[in-house]
Each structure stands twice: as structure tokens, then as C-alpha cells.
Design a protein around this ligand. Structure first.
Ligand SMILES: [Zn+2]
Length: 67
């Protein structure tokens, strides 16, 4: 049953750019890549990041985190 709590949780979801799943922001990371020549933050879920997904132009270092 939907509750006020569920609505709050909905505000804390993001869509993973790699698998297109809605994920909690607590289980997603923002990786900076480049799109059309501009730096852009790509939100990806931790499982995808741990599998090696990186945005185009990613230059940082991603440390695998526990899910
Ligand atoms: Zn994902």
C-alpha cells in the first residue's frame, strides 16, 4: 500500500544511465563524463559501476564499493 514514506523514498530515486533501472540514490553513484564536449554527471547504480560501466570521457578513478 502506498504511504507517505513511499513518496519520500521516491524523491530519493535516480535512474541508472547504464541499465535504466530506478535505483535509490543510496545505491547509485555520480560519475563525471563528457557529453557533447561538456562535462556531465552520469548517475549509475553501484552494481553497474562495479561491473565496469563508465561514462564516455570518464577520467576519474572509481573504487568498487559494497552494494
Ligand atoms: Zn545500473
Amino acid at each position: 500500500m502506498p504511504s507517505e514514506k513511499a513518496k519520500e523514498n521516491k524523491a530519493l530515486t535516480a535512474t541508472c544511465v547504464a541499465c535504466s533501472k530506478a535505483v535509490s540514490t543510496e545505491t547509485a553513484v555520480s560519475l563525471t563524463g563528457v557529453e557533447d564536449g561538456h562535462r556531465k554527471a552520469f548517475v549509475v547504480c553501484i552494481p553497474c559501476a562495479n561491473k565496469g560501466w563508465r561514462p564516455p570521457g570518464f577520467r576519474g578513478v572509481y573504487t568498487v564499493r559494497p552494494v
